[in-house]
Each structure stands twice: as C-alpha cells, then as structure tokens.
Design a protein around this ligand. Structure first.
Ligand code: IPE
Ligand code: IPE
Ligand code: MG
Length: 252
C-alpha cells in the first residue's frame, strides 16, 4: 500500500472548477527592478510581497496546495552576491513568517536538495515543517535548490536503497512514492510569470497533465487579479487526459 496521490497517467483525476494545486514559477524579479533602475535584489525583496498576496488569494479561492519555485538547482550559477542575498532573504523570511503561516492554518513544506543550505536555514525549515504539519487550510510548498531532474534522480536512488532487489518489473508507484512532493496531488494549474515560456527544470514528472499558463506580468506585480485571470483561463480548458472531446461531452 502506497500513500502517494493518484497518478494522472494511471487514474483520470477529477478536475474541479477551482484548481486544487497551483504551481508557480515566480519569474521577473530582476527585470521588475531593472525597469525602475533599482538593483536586482530590490526585485527579490518586492517578490516576497507578491508571495504573501498569492498565498492569501489562493486561500480565498479555495486552492488547497500552492507550490512556489523560489530557487532552482541552476540558480547557483548567478553572481555570488545575488545568491548570497537570496539566501539571506530566505533566512529572514523563514524566521519572520513561519509563525504567521501557522497562525493562518497553513502547512509549510520545502522541496529541494537542502544539503547545500546553511545549518540555520535547514533548522528553520525543519522547525517550520514540524510546527505546521497538522494545518489543513493550505499547503504552501517552497521549491528551494529544486530541480526536476534532481527530484527524479533522488527518487530512483531511494527506490533502489529501499528495494535493492527491484529489477525490471517495478511499477510507477515504486518510484513516485519517493518524489519530493508525493504528499500532494499533481498540479492542476502551472503559472509562469515574467514572459518566458519554459519549464526551467521545475516539476518535470508531475506536470505531465497540468494546464500551463504563461503571463508577461512580472512576479512583483502579480496580484489577486492576476491570479484570478489565470484561474479563469484554467476554467476555459477542456482537460481530456488523452480522451476525445466527445467522450467528455457524454459524461456531462
Ligand atoms: C525570479 O526572478 C527569482 C529567482 C530566480 C530567484 P529572476 O531573478 O529570474 O528575474 P529575471 O528573470 O532576471 O527578471
Ligand atoms: C526559474 O527562473 C527559477 C525560479 C523562478 C526560481 P529562472 O529565471 O532561473 O529561469 P531561466 O534561467 O530564465 O530559465
Ligand atoms: Mg528569471
């Protein structure tokens, strides 16, 4: 018996009017700052405001899972000053916001390779996850030093450690139970702000049947209206999961 959420390639998920899980690539902080002749880090700072707004708007809309891509496994390639500022910002946010998340009934989770972070960041993450573990209003997942390929690789490693005798007859669930976000359903709606139309190594496996939404709005400008627009776009989609439109009409 596995405690993983259903796979969209095994079972056709029930798609409600409100996406149960929204996953966002928060992009465009640097350009937001540049257009105001500010240093890039000012954009990251403003991005935190947009995170607060998005969390609130998701709760108001009845979204159950919000996953935010905060730092990719490739973002270490940035100038050391920017990486160092992002780490500081992450640390400050963890120290200041976890209590507020808890008071608001939000479960906090982090996915990614945490081994690269400073000890105090790892400790704040673990404390925050433990403190908020039984909250049910919204699960907020921050993807930090996350990469879709890292996730698949670490899951394969865990699968073999747990069941070294597995040979060529393993099934999807043998692997998927080890994905970093196996506690959540697959995302219904993916949003990328900042105008780029790419996945940038985000949730490669679980985006299989996710509806994709791209907006030119830069992350610091992404507000409740912008989220509502994304949800409205989602509501126009016909989620067929491989079937024909006619089959879906018959089910109505
Ligand atoms: C996203 O904004 C935040 C992180 C990747 C940490 P960017 O910093 O990528 O902003 P742009 O894309 O340069 O505008
Ligand atoms: C993706 O944004 C990662 C995050 C938002 C954390 P990037 O700005 O790093 O993506 P690329 O380099 O434009 O693909
Ligand atoms: Mg970017």
């Amino acid at each position: 018996m596995y405690f993983t959420s259903p796979s969209s390639t095994k079972i056709i998920p029930k798609a409600g009017i409100i996406p149960q899980h929204v996953a966002i690539i928060m992009d465009g902080n640097g350009r937001w700052a540049k257009s105001r002749l500010l240093p890039r880090i000012a954009g990251h700072k403003r991005g935190i405001e947009a995170v607060r707004t998005a969390v609130k708007a998701c709760i108001e809309n009845g979204v159950n899972y919000l996953t935010l891509f905060a730092f990719s496994s490739e973002n270490w390639r940035r100038p050391p000053e920017e990486v160092s500022y992002l780490m500081q910002l992450f640390n400050t946010v963890l120290e200041q916001e976890i209590i507020k998340l808890h008071e608001n009934g939000i479960r906090f989770k982090v996915i990614g390779d945490l081994t690269k972070f400073e000890a105090r960041i790892i400790e704040s993450i673990r404390n925050g996850e433990q403190m908020t573990a039984s909250n049910t209003r919204l699960t907020l997942t921050i993807a930090a030093n996350y990469g879709g390929r890292w996730d698949i690789m670490q899951a394969v490693r865990k699968m073999y450690v747990q069941a070294p005798k597995l040979t060529n007859n393993f099934v999807e669930e043998d692997l998927s139970q080890h994905f970093a976000m196996s506690y959540a359903p697959e995302p219904d709606l993916f949003i990328r702000t900042g105008g780029e139309k790419r996945i940038s190594n985000f949730l490669l496996w679980s985006l299989a049947y996710t509806e994709l939404y791209f907006t030119d709005t830069l992350w610091p400008d992404f507000n409740k209206d912008a989220l509502d627009l994304a949800i409205q776009s989602y509501q126009q989609r016909e989620r067929r999961f491989g079937r024909t439109s006619e089959q879906l009409q018959k089910l109505k």
